[in-house]
Design a protein around this ligand. Structure first.
Ligand SMILES: Cc1cc2nc3c(=O)[nH]c(=O)nc-3n(C[C@H](O)[C@H](O)[C@H](O)COP(=O)(O)OP(=O)(O)OC[C@H]3O[C@@H](n4cnc5c(N)ncnc54)[C@H](O)[C@@H]3O)c2cc1C
Ligand code: FES
Length: 264
């Protein structure tokens, strides 16, 4: 069994915006072995209920030196809404860390592109890159409420830019415009790391592949087991020969491994 399946004490459950929460649990074993971009499967149901049966995957957003790990999540359906009702002092089972995270490449400019709550898988990566190289962080969202933790990122680098579609935070605009502008300005070799909505990551990949800039993407898929047993998280490979399993081979992939569908 990969990762640790532990009963974790809830330390904090904070509502940051309308449906966005920060959950912190005690999980020293998971904290000690987490790499940026990995995730956990969390049991969401209350008491002895078996509904919903399946755990929900969430990226590990933060780790603390005190053995705590935090998840930044949006309540979108039954599972995450139940999770948002769990309170400090309660115990939830957490399985992790799972999957293959980002591969850090040093000695180049690293550009992180986060869309909405896709930023949840990028903070540990940004902290790791900050130690060793030039870090540019670009974040985009529909509005300010979708990204309530941008200050966690802005304090890591002076090359930090945020755009929102309604102009409620940073410039008004689309993150792809911001990326285009950034790519025109940078010199030397660069790497892109991105997480966000599929359409955003697809657009990012197409923009940077034209310039031969390597790009890693963190993908989401419906997951039942999270550990490679059910094969439910399969997505097509770029060469149309078989599938990638997001929970085990991902969630982070080189973008050119992925079949992105027709260009639109
Ligand atoms: C590896 C991995 C890491 C993830 N990390 C995070 C994270 O850090 N933070 C986070 O908020 N989510 C994250 N997700 C997504 C999260 O797992 C889902 O939002 C959650 O499983 C939905 O469960 P649910 O029971 O609440 O909703 P469901 O009942 O399963 O779905 C309810 C409705 O919400 C829609 N929905 C499902 N997922 C999403 C989504 N991601 N965004 C918008 N609508 C959705 C469904 O299409 C459906 O209409 C991650 C997913 C994966 C695979
Ligand atoms: S979620 Fe079961 S194999 Fe990936």
């Amino acid at each position: 069994m990969p990762g640790f399946d532990i009963p974790a004490n809830i330390v904090e459950q904070t509502r940051l915006a309308h449906s966005i929460f920060l959950l912190t649990v005690d999980a020293p074993a998971i904290m000690d072995s987490t790499d940026p971009g990995q995730f956990c499967m969390l049991e969401v149901q209350e008491n002895n209920s078996k509904d919903p049966l399946l755990r929900r995957p969430l990226s590990i957003y933060k780790t603390g030196s005190n053995g705590q790990i935090s998840f930044l999540y949006k309540a979108v359906g039954k599972g995450t809404r139940l999770l948002s009702k769990r309170r400090p002092g309660e115990i939830i089972r957490v399985l992790g860390p799972l999957g293959q995270g980002f591969r850090l490449i040093h000695d180049c400019t690293s550009i992180l592109v986060g869309g909405g709550l896709g930023i949840a898988s990028l903070l540990l990566l940004a902290q790791g890159i900050k130690q060793s190289g030039r870090l540019i962080i670009l974040i985009g969202a529909k509005n300010a409420a979708e990204i309530p933790t941008v200050e966690d990122f802005s304090r890591l680098t002076r090359y930090f830019h945020v755009v929102t579609e309604d102009g409620s935070l940073g410039q008004r605009g689309m993150i792809t415009d911001l990326l285009d502008q950034t790519l025109q300005e940078i010199t030397g070799t660069a790497r892109i790391y991105t997480c966000g909505p599929w359409s955003m990551m697809k657009a990012v990949y197409h923009m940077v592949s034209k310039r031969n800039i390597p790009c890693q993407v963190s993908l989401e898929a419906a997951m039942a087991c999270g550990i490679g047993l059910c094969l439910g998280c399969a997505i097509p490979k770029s060469n149309s020969r078989g599938f990638l399993h997001v929970c085990q081979e991902g969630p982070v992939f080189d973008a050119d491994q992925v079949h992105w569908g027709q260009n639109s």
